[in-house]
Design a protein around this ligand. Structure first.
Ligand code: KPL
Length: 309
């Protein structure tokens, strides 16, 4: 059984790619039940999946929604595809049904929720994923695979390091989404964190797509200071990149995703909480803890918080 926590764009994308290969269900955790106003017995979640933005013929998918006690079998793989701030309550709900035979894969932006989840999971193997797949849900009934990317997965705790790339990985690879395994996933997470720190807050503050950030006055004014803070964070985490190498990576992502609405802008536009505390907020705390300059990450965190107050 493959159990997915979270039925946002990424959860639906994976369900759509796996339902023909294996038994897939969405897990109804308590926060999910409340958010979707569900009461047992739960109906299946039906949606149209468009393989790309131009396709007119969708696949109609119907995926069961089950309570954790029925959704999680002794050998289930569980994909946690919630926002980073929803991971802790989700883990509390599923933890009683997890053991050493299960596999948990975390798909969150930012850095921080992954470590908290690992600490809570004990001896259950826990992996983290960094993905560049582009998916969006224009409405509750529709998911569009907007851009093909790749998903890198690697171990977050000792039990996961011991299991490594095993049968669970083949189960996910059956999705035909591009997957690879990296034993040093923390490096990938830190690199993606720096990219999100450099793009997401500006899209939210300026209400613009990723491609417009470079032309934004605020970005042009603060980027040299932010770039220096992010390069210092990466160097401290042993990912040695010069400021100009970091800039090249960030500008490249801005160009490749120019038409995207960042996840943070989508959150603001849908009046949802943002992941800022696990993005620039994490960078601020990390830099401060290690005696490095942190003011710009702190300021951007505060500016994004102010958008919702
Ligand atoms: O990961 C992203 C996000 O929106 O959270 C980027 C890389 C900015 C692409 O939109």
């Amino acid at each position: 059984m493959l159990s997915i926590v979270g039925s946002g764009a990424m959860g639906c994308l994976w369900a759509a790619h796996l339902y023909q290969q294996t038994d897939v269900c969405f897990v109804v955790t308590e926060p999910y039940r409340q958010k979707h106003h569900l009461s047992a017995p739960y109906s299946a979640l039906s949606f149209n999946a468009f393989p790309n933005a131009l396709e007119s013929q969708p696949h109609r998918i119907s995926t069961p929604r089950l309570a954790p006690d029925t959704a999680i079998k002794h050998d289930s793989t569980i994909l946690i595809m919630t926002k980073s701030y929803d991971v802790d309550p989700a883990i509390i709900d599923i933890k009683p049904y997890l053991g050493a035979q299960n596999i948990v894969v975390l798909f969150q932006n930012g850095f921080g929720s992954q470590q908290r989840a690992c600490n809570a999971l004990g001896d259950t193997p826990c992996f983290a994923a960094v993905t560049t797949e582009g998916a969006n849900k224009p409405d509750h009934q529709t998911v569009i695979h907007a851009g093909h990317g790749e998903t890198v997965i690697g171990p977050m705790n000792k039990p996961a390091q011991l299991i490594g790339k095993a049968q669970w990985f083949d189960k996910l690879a059956a999705s035909k989404l591009t997957l690879c395994y990296d034993p040093s996933i923390s490096i990938q997470l830190m690199r993606k964190l720096a990219i999100n720190c450099a793009i997401n807050p500006f899209t939210a503050i300026g209400n613009c797509r990723n491609g417009a950030v470079r032309k934004q006055r605020l970005f042009q004014e603060v980027w040299p200071q932010l770039r220096a803070e992010l390069a210092a964070m990466l160097n401290h985490a042993n990912l040695n990149l010069s400021e100009s190498e970091l800039e090249e990576i960030v500008f490249d992502v801005m160009t490749k995703t120019a038409n995207n609405q960042s996840s943070m802008l989508q959150d603001i536009n849908s009046a949802r909480p943002t992941e800022i505390d696990d993005i620039n907020g994490f960078a601020h705390r990390y830099l401060e803890q290690h005696g490095l300059p942190f003011q710009m990450n702190k300021s951007l965190t505060e500016q994004v918080h102010a958008l919702r107050s």
